[in-house]
Each structure stands twice: as C-alpha cells, then as structure tokens.
Ligand binder design. Structure first.
Ligand SMILES: [Zn+2]
Ligand SMILES: [Zn+2]
Length: 258
C-alpha cells in the first residue's frame, strides 16, 4: 500500500538511531512500499526533494502550508522550477485552515491561488489542506483549478457535501489516522459514502498516529492501521483496499509511474 501523504523529513527517529533508512525499511516491512513526502515550506524543499532522490520508492511534493506563517511566500517561478524535478509528483500541500488560523485569511487565499496556478501550469495535481474553510476552498478551486488536472483533499475531516463537491471536480479524498479515533464517528460515516475509486490513505506522519498507537510519534509503518479501519468501513478486505487506493494514487499522480 502507499502512504499518500506524510512528512518523513520530520520523523522522530529516536527508535531508529536517527537513521531514516531504518524507518523506510520498517514501513516496507509493514507493507507500505511507496511513500509521498509532502513539502510544507520552501526552506526545506531541497531536503524533501533530496529524500525522494535518495529512495527510489519515495516521491516528493513542493508547497507552502497555510499554517507555516513564518515561511517565505510562494512564488510561481520557484514552484514551477521544482515541479520539473523527476521525483516531484504534485504541488502542495497548500490550502486554507481557518480552524487554527482565522486572522490571516487573505494571506492564505493568496498562497493557495499561487499553488493552484502552479499546479495548472505544471500539469501536476495539487495536495489541498482544508479545515473550516469550505466555501473559500471550493471557490478558489473552481476559479483557479484546472479541472482535468485534479488534486486531493488530504487528511479529510469535512462533511460528505464537501467531499461530493470536490469529487465533482475530479478530486480524490485522502483519509488519515483520524478515522480510527474514538470521537471520529461522523468522519467514519462520511468515509462509508465515498466511492472506493476516490479514496487514498495516508499517515500524515509524524502527526496523528492511528489507534492503537495514538499519541505516539507517527510514522509510515502505521499506515496498515488506517487501511484496516477504512477497509472495514467500506466492507472490503485490506488487500482490496490496498489495491484500490494504489490504483487511485497512480491515477492521481501519474508521474510516480515513470
Ligand atoms: Zn495538512
Ligand atoms: Zn501534511
């Protein structure tokens, strides 16, 4: 199976003697054979891309997270430059988070616009982070998004209506370990209603470790815990879920096939 969204440049590697090789090997051992390492600022973009260069089974994306307030602002030229790299398969993560930050909405919107432009111009999909910003997220995707070259709403915690609205624009929905949390019954109901051919799974590590490791530093090797939960909700086996989400991953990120 594929971890479609994580930040392995930020993993806590204490149990691996600080050695990322061992964390990647542990993931593989657990059945997680490909990993998409998602960028959150330009300051670390070279590091993220460098990890993807080092590991054949790791891909990268480049973008500026809406909550990285001190990060350098994105510029189209730089994003497009990174987009040309053979291991960069997506733009992002970018988006709007009014839950944790409602005081700089216009800055967030401007950043998101630039990422949507970069995605359209580079013909790469976009990885979208959105929380409590439903209308603005949908408006910006509609105005600036390239509807053929879609994207993904990652770590999805929004309503079924939100999921349906973006699926109409060819987006996929990625589910993180939050789905395993005891208090996430609404999200579990939403997942039941998302078609199997639109789902991706992710750890978003080092954050949001799934049950039964909730509270520990997260890492890609815990992805099967997310997969088991989602498979149960969809009424399929873990193998069937892995097969479907892997196919979806390559449909969304075709550059990863090269
Ligand atoms: Zn995010
Ligand atoms: Zn993330």
């Amino acid at each position: 199976m594929i971890d479609s969204h994580c930040h392995i440049d930020r993993l806590k590697l204490d149990t691996y003697d600080g050695d990322l090789d061992k964390a990647v090997a542990a993931a593989k051992e657990a059945g997680v054979d490909k990993i998409l390492c998602v960028g959150i600022d330009l300051e670390h973009a070279d590091q993220v891309v460098g990890i993807a260069e080092k590991y054949q089974d790791v891909f990268a994306s480049v973008g500026i997270h809406p909550l990285e307030k001190d990060a350098a602002e994105p510029d189209l030229e730089t994003l497009l430059k990174y987009a040309k790299h053979e291991k960069v398969v997506a733009i992002g993560e970018s988006g709007l988070d009014y839950y944790y930050s409602a005081d700089n909405k216009e800055v967030q919107r401007e950043r998101f616009r630039i990422h949507l432009q970069a995605a359209a111009q580079s013909q790469l999909p976009i990885i979208v982070h959105t929380r409590d910003a439903r209308e603005d997220t949908l408006d910006l995707i509609r105005q600036h998004g390239d509807l053929d070259r879609a994207g993904v709403l990652h770590c999805f915690t929004e309503s079924l209506e939100m999921a349906q609205a973006v699926m109409e624009m060819n987006y996929m929905i990625s589910i993180s370990g939050i789905v395993t949390f005891r208090n996430a019954s609404e999200l579990r109901e939403v997942v039941k209603n998302i078609p199997l051919d639109r789902l991706l799974i992710e750890t978003d590590s080092p954050y949001l470790a799934p049950v039964p490791n909730r509270g520990k530093p997260n890492e890609p090797k815990y992805l099967p815990d997310v997969a088991r939960c989602v498979a149960g909700l969809k009424g399929v086996t873990v193998a069937e879920l892995a097969e479907a989400t892997t196919a979806n991953f390559y449909r969304l990120f075709p550059k990863a096939l090269r």
